[in-house]
Write a protein that binds this ligand. Structure first.
Ligand SMILES: NC(=O)c1ccc[n+]([C@@H]2O[C@H](COP(=O)([O-])OP(=O)(O)OC[C@H]3O[C@@H](n4cnc5c(N)ncnc54)[C@H](O)[C@@H]3O)[C@@H](O)[C@H]2O)c1
Length: 331
């Protein structure tokens, strides 16, 4: 197959790994853009000279720049078997979750603009990156929460933080509406705690722990971390899930898919595991601050994705942490 992948937010954690897997797997070419809100060109430096990859420093909220991308894809599409749109551009990291105006513009209006562009160019499918945060206060049950479970969401009465999840939830409705109306095929993916070996802006818990232990030999955690447990998904596996879905047309029915591992670990055990790999004995842990509306456990069932596409995560948490530690030692 020689497909054309149009990727927003392409230098982010998901986008840059998608480029690597698409080019490395000889799946086709990539047109990608990013405004460097939260990333840099460094993340794709190993792909930037590949003639199959074209990059633009563009903003998904800039109408003229999006019109240029649309014009470009209209001209290019005849040379490819299929055209796939993957929307990775988003205001993501925890500190921005509280900023409802910023997340609204990019995560909702940007998502819809990009979806409308995919429809206008006659793209074969659209992948909408949603989030496991939509499970909010009911993020755990034995066997994992399912896509079909009803939600119990924290709201503005509890924490502005849930505005991020609320916005992402609405994007799932846009996705479903477009598929139900026969405009395009596609699906929404609820990713849970994705990490990579080289997260540049280390706001997530895993890079925070690694960086703190390497730099100071100790770590400061939220009070929530005394009891919280999480699962962690390597970006190699999250991107593999995106590509698996695109290869299974029947699965692109507008619905939602959980993408996660079921390897749950407490945050305190995570600190111990990372410390052990760094050769640090009994690291000092202090607790500061408390995050409202943060569920104690979040475990997702991935049965739907596994059954419909054959996807399964391959990288264990231990292997993923080894990759982070190796990367840090060699950079
Ligand atoms: N990382 C996770 O744990 C996680 C979990 C759940 C869902 N997601 C979702 O997956 C998708 C990809 O996330 P990620 O982990 O790659 O995040 P990321 O922050 O690494 O990547 C997002 C990219 O979007 C870019 N961007 C932001 N605003 C933009 C704009 N206006 N125009 C163009 N580019 C813009 C950023 O610069 C960044 O490179 C997002 O939709 C996110 O909400 C991620």
């Amino acid at each position: 197959m020689n497909n054309l992948y149009v990727i927003s937010g392409v230098t982010g954690m998901t986008g840059n790994e998608l480029v690597r897997q698409i080019l490395g797997g000889n799946k086709g070419s990539v047109v990608g853009f990013d405004n460097f809100f939260c990333s840099s060109i460094d993340t794709v430096e190993d792909c930037i000279d590949d003639p199959r990859f074209e990059f633009f420093q563009y903003d998904i909220n800039n109408a003229a720049q999006m019109a240029e991308i649309e014009y470009k894809i209209q001209k290019m599409k005849k040379d490819f078997d299929k055209v796939f749109y993957i929307n990775c551009a988003a205001v993501v990291h925890t500190e921005y979750f509280y900023h409802v105006n910023t997340t609204f513009d990019t995560n909702l209006l940007g998502m819809r603009t990009f979806l409308n562009q995919a429809i206008a160019v006659g793209a074969d499918a659209y992948i909408n990156c949603s989030t496991s945060e939509v499970y909010s206060m009911q993020s755990f049950k034995e066997g994992g929460v399912k896509e079909s479970d009803f939600l119990l969401m924290s709201d503005a009465e509890h924490s502005q933080r849930t505005s991020y999840a609320t916005g992402k939830l609405l994007t799932e409705f846009f996705m479903k509406d477009a598929v139900d109306n026969g405009q395009i095929k596609g699906a929404s993916l609820r990713f849970a705690n994705v990490y990579s070996k080289n997260e540049r802006f280390a706001k997530h818990i895993l890079p925070h722990i690694v960086n703190s232990l390497i730099n100071d030999g100790k770590v400061v955690l939220l009070e929530n971390s005394k009891i919280n447990k999480r699962t962690f998904l390597h970006n190699i596996d999250s991107c593999d899930a995106v590509l698996h879905l695109l290869e299974h047309e029947d699965a692109l029915d507008g619905s939602v898919y959980n993408v996660a591992t079921e390897e749950e670990i407490s945050i305190l055990d995570l600190v111990a595991l990372v410390a052990d790999k760094l050769g640090i004995k009994d690291p000092e842990i202090t607790f500061e601050g408390y995050r409202e509306s943060d569920p104690v456990r979040r475990v997702l069932s991935t049965e739907k994705l596994r059954t419909r596409t054959g996807w399964a995560p391959k990288i264990t948490l231990s292997e993923g942490i080894d990759m982070i530690v190796d990367f840090r030692k060699n950079s």
